[in-house]
Design a protein around this ligand. Structure first.
Ligand SMILES: Cc1ncc(COP(=O)(O)O)c(C=O)c1O
Length: 392
């Protein structure tokens, strides 16, 4: 070949978008360990540790916990493929982009979909959601706990209670809550939860940690048609992880990374970790509001992992993001769909959720906005520092 290829040198970005988030050095170190075969006893030891650690991260006593090989969407598709039977009623509670993705997957797997929809960034009224589920009596109810397209946290409890009243299973997308916010699978009554590795857990993307309740497993046993995906069939996957029979060549490297990240969650303690995210989020919002920006989502519905300040009038969000990337090496994201050009999506999650990073991102964002002619209303650093010291 004529073309020369210099040694790969990936830039060191500061990842403060909706994911991937910053990877902890310990996780990088774990990933450089020797690859073993996917049927090696050591691989199964790691998979077993991951099974136990996933239960901790989801606050559940479920025993059926595994990491699906694939990104968060593979967890979503595993949930849908296994728990949708063609023609059965599937209730989708939607107020953002990722709920719509669940709906599209359910449609492709043959579900009869009924929708309870709110505008992007608007919360579900618990009573309305309850009435909808009671009226429709679906077999499955699905919603997104942490909607990354809007920065909204959807409360789980009422949805799960109403679903269980009509004997439906609940699928919750926890991709942006796992490792950063209280998912509380058992306390809320979630039957099937899936997440990802690249946000609150601080790993590279590539696996989808998932947990399934005994109730959902019973349902699966009674399923009359084959699961519409071979690769994501949970009972087949169980012959691999529990039965140690070949299913697919899982990546040992990614399993090491996830194990290390989950060990870090257990060492920090889940409550402390969530509190760290909450504290840094509150300080970040204090800084944002002192600057004169407004948040899209109302106070107690906000994610602690991902912040969505509105783009101020007269500012082009693309130019702000370009400045941050080119001048500061910082990645944030913009909105899409109905929120395109209207919000920034700024993640402080996992290893990246620190007080220093709150101040760093605020300062850089302010500089980027000033480049666009924006005049900050007040002192964002002082407001964030005050919130940080008040929280100690
Ligand atoms: C809430 C939510 N669900 C699902 C996904 C899909 O995950 P992935 O991009 O890892 O496939 C994302 C990705 O950001 C997400 O934020």
């Amino acid at each position: 070949m004529q073309q020369q290829f210099p040694p790969l040198q990936a830039p060191r970005r500061l990842l403060f978008g909706p994911g991937p988030s910053m990877v902890a050095p310990r996780v990088y170190a774990a990933m450089s360990q020797n690859v073993v075969g996917h049927l090696d006893p050591f691989f199964f030891e790691v998979a077993e540790e991951i099974r136990l650690l996933i239960a901790y991260a989801y606050s559940t006593v479920n025993e059926f916990n595994l990491a699906i090989s694939g990104t968060g969407s593979s967890g979503m598709e595993a949930a849908v493929a296994n728990f949708v039977e063609p023609g059965q009623k599937f209730a989708l509670l939607t107020n953002g982009f990722f709920a719509e993705r669940i709906g599209e997957m359910a449609r492709r797997h043959g579900a009869d979909i009924v929708r309870f929809a709110k505008d992007w960034g608007q919360p579900f009224d618990p009573q309305e959601a309850r009435d909808f589920i009671r009226r429709e009596r679906p077999r499955v109810v699905a919603f997104v706990q942490a909607e990354t397209s809007t920065g909204m946290f959807n409360q789980s409890r009422t949805i799960c209670e109403a679903a269980h009243e009509v004997d439906a299973l609940v699928i919750a997308d926890c991709v942006t809550s796992l490792g950063g916010m209280p998912v509380l699978v058992d306390e809320n009554g979630i039957d099937i939860a899936y997440g990802c590795t690249q946000k609150g857990l601080g790993c590279p993307p590539g696996l989808a940690p998932m947990t399934v309740s005994p109730r959902a497993l019973d349902w699966l046993e009674k399923r009359t048609t084959p699961v519409t995906s071979w690769y994501l069939d949970l009972r087949l996957l169980d012959t691999f992880y529990s039965g140690h029979k070949y299913h697919h060549t899982a990546s040992a490297t990614l399993f090491y990374a996830l194990r290390e990240a989950l060990v870090m969650v257990s060492e920090e303690g889940l409550e402390h970790r969530c509190e760290r995210h909450r504290r840094n989020h509150v300080a970040f919002v204090a800084g944002i509001e002192a600057m004169g920006l407004q948040m899209l989502v109302d106070g107690h519905h906000r994610l602690w992992t991902l912040n969505t300040p509105r783009v101020p009038d007269g500012v082009e969000d693309g130019k702000v993001r370009q400045y941050l990337l080119e001048e500061r090496g910082i990645e944030i994201a913009g909105g899409f769909g109905p929120l395109a050009g209207k919000v920034f999506r700024i993640g402080l999650m996992g290893h990246g959720s620190t007080a220093d990073n709150v101040l760093l991102v605020l300062e850089a964002l302010e500089a980027a906005l000033k480049q666009q002619g924006y005049r900050p209303a007040g002192d964002s650093r002082a407001a964030a520092e005050k919130a940080l010291s008040a929280a100690v």
